[in-house]
Design a protein around this ligand. Structure first.
Ligand code: PLP
Length: 325
């Protein structure tokens, strides 16, 4: 038994359906043809707050009893999860506090403040932020909302899997950008429990491949250094409760280079008119770079484009180098 099943994911679907978008699944003829597959993009870059993270955050925060939520919601993520928590907390009328790294991204800080959250800065390592956020929770009686290692968060992310299975027949594989594994674990439970013949594969940057390493070693294994442009998945170790689900349901982990990621981001914009952040483009990078196993040739492949939060400066940089399909 997994810690969650499709039951929790269907509950999440009903809990968050008024909050989130059921995002479109776009068929990309040109990218698919170049890669030799029938390619579909699950456009979570068009999701509320610009990434799928609102699904898990809203599912968690809506499930908190009002008297607890009234004491406040706290998280430690600087990026997409921080924005999602700020948005969902405001929607429920709760005060949110987001602990960011000192010197963290100004664009993200601005957006978190726009959603009405209190912003605090602490250290540069994620452990410093998380332990400070947990101290604050203990002090204030507030609720901590983790970015991935939580059953309700995972179940929320899993609603993407339900939408894919509802919207498309004959899917051979679903490709998922992978950090702490909340996204892929949720999707894998939904997809594999509805149709075990569909493969779920994770994609990581070469310089941040802790889940691939952990799968091969057979236990959660931490990396000493992280080096990738994909700032949403700079995770040193997969989650404690997410990883067993990955071991059970995920067929394989693929890796891509930063160059593959930039190229995919460019081509998704040029060909599909979709703006992905680098992290959101890693699934398409796997398809275009040819690391997808040969057995998927000519078959229906869904690449989850997980987010689109990119600053205009970053975008200008990525577009500097022209790319050809
Ligand atoms: C958080 C995030 C991921 C990875 O999700 P995990 O649950 O940590 O594996 C992928 N893409 C984007 C855009 C994200 O923000």
């Amino acid at each position: 038994m997994s810690i969650i099943s499709t039951k929790e994911i269907f509950e999440a679907k009903y809990r968050i359906s008024d909050v989130i978008h059921h995002t479109p699944l776009f068929h990309s003829e040109s990218l698919g043809r170049a890669a030799g597959v029938e390619l579909f993009l699950k456009a979570e870059n068009l999701q509320k707050t610009g990434s799928f993270k609102i699904r898990g955050a809203a599912n968690k925060i809506l499930a908190i009893p009002r008297e607890e939520g009234a004491k406040g919601i706290i998280t430690a993520s600087s990026g997409n999860h921080g924005q999602a928590v700020a948005y969902a907390a405001r929607m429920c009328g709760y005060k949110a506090t987001v602990v960011m790294p000192e010197g963290g991204s100004r664009v993200k800080a601005d957006s978190i403040e726009e959603y009405g959250a209190e912003l605090l800065f602490r250290g540069s390592a994620s452990e410093d932020r998380i332990s400070y956020a947990k101290e604050l929770c203990a002090e204030r009686g507030a609720v901590y909302v983790p970015p991935y290692d939580d059953p309700l968060v995972m179940a929320g992310q899993g609603t993407i899997g339900l939408e894919i299975m509802d919207d498309l027949d004959g899917v051979a594989a679903v490709l998922v950008p992978t950090g702490g594994c909340g996204l892929i674990a949720g999707i894998a439970v939904a997809v594999k429990e509805l149709n075990p013949s569909v493969a779920v594969l994770g994609v990581e940057p070469e310089g941040s491949n802790s889940t691939g390493v952990s799968l091969r070693v057979g236990k959660r294994t931490a990396l000493n250094t992280i080096n990738t442009v994909a700032d949403g998945i700079r995770t040193t170790i997969p989650g404690e409760i997410t990883f067993p689900i990955v071991q059970r349901y995920v067929e394989d982990m693929l890796t891509v280079t930063d160059e593959d990621i930039f190229r995919a981001q460019y081509l998704i914009l040029e060909r599909c008119k979709l703006l992905a952040e680098p992290t959101g483009a890693v699934s398409v990078a796997a398809v275009l770079s040819g690391v997808l196993p040969e057995k998927y040739r000519g078959r229906r492949v869904v690449a989850v484009v997980s987010g689109g939060n990119v600053s205009m400066e970053q975008l200008r940089e990525s577009l500097n180098q022209p790319c050809r399909l």
